[in-house]
Ligand binder design. Structure first.
Ligand SMILES: CC(=O)Nc1cc[nH]c(=O)n1
Length: 101
C-alpha cells in the first residue's frame, strides 16, 4: 500500500490523536510496522496527514473489546456497528496501530 484512506468523518479524531487504530480487511492488510504512509480522505482523495505504522495484528470481530473501542474513540457497540456497515459479514480483521508523524 502506498497510501491509506479514511472516511472524512474520522479526520478530526485522527488529527487530534483520539483515533490510533484502524480495523481493515485483508485487502488493506499489506502495511508494515515502521512504514510511513500518507493519509487521504476516501471521498475527495485529499491528503490530511502522514502516519507511522506501529503494529499490524490479526483480530476476530467477535474478540473486539473496549480496548479497541477506546482506540477508535467509540463505544464497543458503535465500533461493531461501524465495522459491519463498512465490511458486512466480516469475521477476520487486521488491527493497524498507528501514530501521527
Ligand atoms: C475508508 C475508510 O475509512 N475505511 C476504514 C475502514 C475501517 N476503519 C477505518 O478507520 N477506516
Amino acid at each position: 500500500m502506498h497510501k491509506i484512506t479514511f472516511f472524512e468523518r474520522f479526520e478530526a479524531d485522527i488529527l487530534a490523536g483520539r483515533k490510533t487504530i484502524t480495523l481493515r480487511d485483508e485487502s488493506e492488510s499489506g502495511v508494515i510496522a515502521g512504514q510511513t504512509l500518507p493519509v487521504h480522505t476516501l471521498e475527495a482523495d485529499r491528503w490530511f496527514c502522514d502516519i507511522r505504522i506501529i503494529a499490524v495484528q490479526e483480530v476476530e470481530f467477535d474478540d473486539l473489546s473496549d480496548k479497541e473501542a477506546q482506540q477508535e474513540n467509540m463505544t464497543l457497540e458503535q465500533l461493531k456497528q461501524v465495522i459491519q456497515e463498512i465490511y458486512p459479514g466480516i469475521t477476520h480483521l487486521y488491527k493497524i496501530s498507528f501514530e501521527l508523524c
